[in-house]
Design a protein around this ligand. Structure first.
Ligand SMILES: Cc1ncc(COP(=O)(O)O)c(C=O)c1O
Length: 397
């Protein structure tokens, strides 16, 4: 583990422990079963979370990924799982039991909302969606049975910024744990554990892998929390990540900083274009110089990230028309890929949320989420421009 080098060096060299026949790149170990010299060793391995004994509880290649992300997020340990939603559900279930209550930021990924409302509620886990931009609001909603504050910053899709340090401070005062979804940032741009959060979850499907060919999740936290999640939730529910996908994410992470730099640069150019377009009402982007939470952004984020959301000056028909006229930009549910991806949250990623609640979350029918990719910024903007021109003609604006 290298701790005295820069982050850009760490993402390449940290936890490169496999040196089979001098190979620089880690091996893919497909083995599910492992051999033991005697029954005592085998019995010991089943009790010790850090020892690999059966594929559902861990694997040599995924272990390298776990060590890598733990080192980058400055965590004691990490767990690699089968999806971002597996990471979120495992993290929440590890801290909550029947009768407990969780405070949740009011605008967040639709899958997290669905998990809490449709699944966690069946096990008598209570939740409240609140505005976490104000720590007083958080304090007012803490109940005797509150155990966790779950936040996502920047949020999906309205890019609300939450002050991780201030929220963690409130949580500590009330003996609560803070779980944070760091998917939009990656450890290159934001390291929540250094600001007081307890557990980080990632959809590694997005920027960490970065190539749109793996579904995976990562959880970072204390040795105790990660051991419990590995043994009692991931292992028992079978939410493990396979070796091949772990290898691909390890490969993806090596280019994380160069990709994120280009993603951010392109997003800034797209933001400048959108904010001056007459058919655009509001643009949500952490790189906005006039962002209301600029101070918090500067404190906790190294750069803007590359998701830009905007409201078209019209209804959902107009929003959908814009998407349908694009030629280069792809309509898709994901984000963080090399390709620029666009989607309509109200009818796609967040369609599980009832319309009245969508409005409360500021998620209108005219909102569009753009994950700015790695293409030439000029080409992304030209594509948006030709689509806006067609919408203008169609709707005679
Ligand atoms: C912020 C955020 N968290 C979690 C997830 C879920 O990740 P996955 O699709 O890997 O389960 C997503 C998916 O889009 C997301 O945007």
């Amino acid at each position: 583990m290298r701790s005295n080098v820069n982050f850009n060096t760490k993402i390449i060299h940290n936890c490169q422990t496999e040196k089979e026949a001098g190979a620089i790149v880690q091996s893919i170990v497909p083995a599910v079963a492992y051999s033991f010299d005697c029954t005592t060793d085998a019995q010991h391995a089943t009790k010790c979370a850090s020892e690999i004994h059966y594929g559902r509880y861990g694997n040599e290649t995924t272990k390298q990924l776990e060590q890598k992300i733990a080192s980058l997020e400055e965590a004691d340990d990490a767990l690699a799982v089968s999806s971002g939603m597996a990471a979120i559900s495992i993290a929440l279930l590890s801290q909550l039991k029947s009768g407990d209550h969780v405070l949740v930021t009011k605008d967040l990924y639709g899958g997290t909302y669905s998990f809490l409302t449709k699944i966690a509620s069946r096990y008598n886990i209570e939740y409240d969606y609140i505005d976490c931009t104000d720590t007083n609001t958080i304090e007012q909603h803490i109940k005797d049975n509150t155990k966790v504050i779950f936040i996502e910053t920047p949020s999906n899709p309205t890019l609300t910024i939450l002050d991780i340090e201030a929220i963690s401070h409130v949580a500590k005062k009330h003996h609560l744990k803070v779980i944070i979804d760091n998917t939009f940032m990656s450890p290159y741009l934001q390291r929540p554990l250094t600001l007081g959060a307890d557990i980080i979850v990632h959809s590694a499907t997005k920027y960490l892998n970065g190539h749109g060919d793996v579904v995976a999740g990562l959880i970072c936290g204390s040795n105790e929390d990660i051991a419990f999640m590995r043994q009692n939730i991931m292992g028992e529910l079978g939410q493990n990540l396979n070796a091949w996908d772990a290898f691909l994410i390890l490969r993806g992470i090596k280019t994380l900083s160069v990709r994120m730099d280009r993603h951010c640069e392109n997003a800034k150019a797209v933001f400048e274009y959108l904010k001056n377009h007459p058919l655009v009402k509001n643009v949500y982007f952490p790189g906005d110089e006039n962002h209301p939470q600029k101070e918090t952004i500067e404190k906790q984020m190294a750069d803007s990230g590359a998701v830009v959301s905007f409201e078209i000056d019209g209804d959902s028909k107009m929003a959908e028309a814009l998407l349908n006229h694009l030629k280069l930009i792809i309509i898709s549910f994901s984000l963080g890929d090399p390709e620029t991806l666009i989607q309509h949250p109200a009818s796609m990623t967040h369609s599980a949320i009832p319309v009245e609640e969508l409005k409360e979350f500021n998620l209108t029918e005219s909102l569009i989420r753009l994950s700015v990719g790695l293409e030439a910024a000029e080409d992304i903007i030209n594509d948006l421009d030709q689509a806006f021109d067609k919408v203008k003609e169609e709707f005679r604006k």
